[in-house]
Write a protein that binds this ligand. Structure first.
Ligand SMILES: Cc1cc2nc3c(=O)[nH]c(=O)nc-3n(C[C@H](O)[C@H](O)[C@H](O)COP(=O)(O)OP(=O)(O)OC[C@H]3O[C@@H](n4cnc5c(N)ncnc54)[C@H](O)[C@@H]3O)c2cc1C
Length: 496
């Protein structure tokens, strides 16, 4: 009897549930539509541009949508959140769609709040700051800065969003001049989980302001931020791009250690990027090391620091002077570059290091070599090394924002890349995780430190948001106050 009752109840429930879903899909235009401003738009499955509007840079663990609302004002964002709350539908901010963390895959059949039309960039008359829309791309901002003859901290790649990177810290070429992206936010508008709109700054809602700068994906949707801009300090840059064969690894990274962790690091504005990759033309058997050094021409230490790398017998060297504005193109981060193409799987396993342990790097190289030769589909996989100058990042700001890893010197990230093929996913995860583990074992760190903007998604909150206990306590408190129902839980959530 009770079994039959369960069956009847279950079928009733699923009928009601199905009805609810159907009525929801068809009612969103009828009910939410009139609440939105005239330029907003609701895109539903079946609309011609639904699939292009849902496209992501990362194919693995993608969020999926039952509707996408293209918002144009903060009131559109508010109304959409209120509508979603009334029906317990999940919602997610989408700016430029480059988020990769696998928790995004937990977001299924929700409402995408697409911000790309909110991309206005407006400088103040006195030229001290700029207001940037929550949907502006990094490329939009770079272009606007160039036109206004200003500089500030931005991401490197033109195709990502601007606010998205800033919410997780924001690394970039001018970090050694102006600090990280989070350090340049003056204030922000935030639409909270209940649909209300608040301003956050050091003066108002300052705990939320602190939390937003490093753990920002967990707290709200940002229609716009006010951001510091500066008179340019670094418009002309020197670059040298070496290609080394894998057997030069120890020499190259031991020398780099002197710059990355040594005294010299604080003296110079030098930036180092390195990429391990397969390049059959240069080496048909083993991965090669692309090793790029960039520094502003005004940096008097740059030439001497670069000189030693020439002695290691590179396979090739390319060097010259370039305008700051052309650096995205040079570094393969321009909006038309291969890195901006959508539709591939890219699994990232980031780790911050204080110095390079060349024994661990050698083991990682061997692993990289093995996996990329045994699985031809992984041929575009890279190991990315980023070491930004810290010369203008004062110790005093280490606690000012929720970004926890300012003392780290280098960011190393295996990026396992392949055409979507579910049969390869487990192998790819094992590969990325094992390289990260080798690097972690070779570090002296007692905790893995990972960059939230690159997180794979298996990291614990303290590995993304900081292992000093007060940090998570403070974030939890802000969460209780501003998002007690954990509606913002899709991007590297603090609370799982
Ligand atoms: C090719 C490439 C280059 C990169 N280069 C850099 C770099 O130079 N420096 C760096 O620090 N990081 C870099 N990243 C990492 C980047 O910071 C993250 O991938 C970031 O999440 C991308 O933001 P998006 O708007 O493009 O993506 P989305 O997927 O649209 O956004 C990612 C998440 O950010 C949140 N979000 C975005 N906009 C808003 C908003 N306005 N309000 C509230 N929440 C919002 C949402 O939670 C969303 O899920 C790069 C990533 C890629 C793929």
């Amino acid at each position: 009897m009770s079994g039959l009752r369960t069956v009847i109840l279950a079928s009733l429930c699923s009928a009601t549930f199905a009805q609810y879903i159907v009525s929801n899909d068809s009612s969103i235009s009828r009910i939410l539509g009139p609440r939105l401003t005239s330029n907003a738009r609701i895109i539903l499955p079946g609309d011609v541009d639904f699939s292009s509007s849902s496209e992501r840079w990362q194919e693995y663990a993608k969020p999926t949508f039952k509707a996408i609302v293209e918002v144009t004002t903060e009131s559109d964002i508010s109304e959409t959140i209120i509508y979603a709350n009334e029906r317990s539908i999940p919602f997610l901010a989408v700016a430029n769609g480059h988020g990769t963390v696998h928790s995004l895959g937990g977001f299924q059949h929700g409402i995408g709040i697409r911000l790309h039309k909110m991309n206005k960039i407006q400088f103040t008359e006195d030229g001290t700051h700029v207001t940037i829309g929550g949907g502006a791309s990094n490329g939009d901002v770079l272009q606007a800065l160039k036109a206004a003859n200003k500089q500030t901290s931005t991401g490197v790649c033109e195709c990502t969003g601007f606010v998205g990177p800033a919410l997780g810290g924001g690394h970039g070429l001018l970090e050694g001049h102006y600090g990280m992206m989070v350090d340049n936010i003056i204030d922000a508008l935030v639409v909270l989980a209940n649909g209300s709109v608040v301003t956050v700054s050091n003066e108002v809602n300052n705990e939320l302001f602190w939390a937003l700068r490093g753990a920002g994906h967990n707290f709200g949707i940002i229609p716009s931020i006010r951001y510091k801009v500066h008179t340019p300090e670094a418009l002309d840059w020197n670059y040298t791009i070496f290609m080394f064969s894998g057997n030069k690894l120890e020499q190259v990274y031991e020398t780099m250690n002197d710059i990355v962790v040594g005294r010299q690091q604080n003296l110079t504005k030098m930036i180092n990027y390195a990429v391990w990759m397969r390049n059959p033309e240069l080496d048909p058997v083993n991965p090669v090391i692309l090793f790029g050094i960039l520094y502003p021409t005004s940096d008097s230490h740059g030439p001497a620091l670069t000189a030693s790398f020439h002695d290691f017998g590179p396979l090739s060297v390319q060097s010259g002077q370039i305008s700051y504005w052309d650096l995205p193109e040079l570094t393969g981060n321009g909006k038309n570059s291969a890195i901006c193409q959508r539709g591939m799987v890219h699994m990232k396993f980031p780790i911050y290091l204080d110095k390079y342990n060349t024994t661990a790097l050698r083991s990682a190289y061997n692993e990289f070599n093995l996996a990329t030769s045994q699985v031809p589909a992984f041929k575009d996989t890279i190991l990315l090394f980023e070491a930004y100058s810290l010369s203008n990042v004062p110790d005093t700001i280490w606690t000012n924002t929720a970004f926890p890893w300012r003392n780290a010197r280098a960011l190393v990230t295996p990026v396992i890349t392949y055409q979507p093929d579910k049969r390869l996913d487990d192998t790819a995860i094992q590969f990325g995780a094992s390289i990260r583990q080798l690097l972690y074992q070779g570090s002296n760190s007692h905790e893995l430190r990972a960059y939230v903007n690159y997180a794979f998604g298996d990291e614990r909150p303290e590995q993304l948001y900081g292992n000093e206990p007060w940090r998570l306590t403070r974030l939890h408190r802000a969460k209780e106050q501003y998002d007690p129902n954990n509606r913002f839980r899709w991007y590297a959530p603090i609370i799982r």
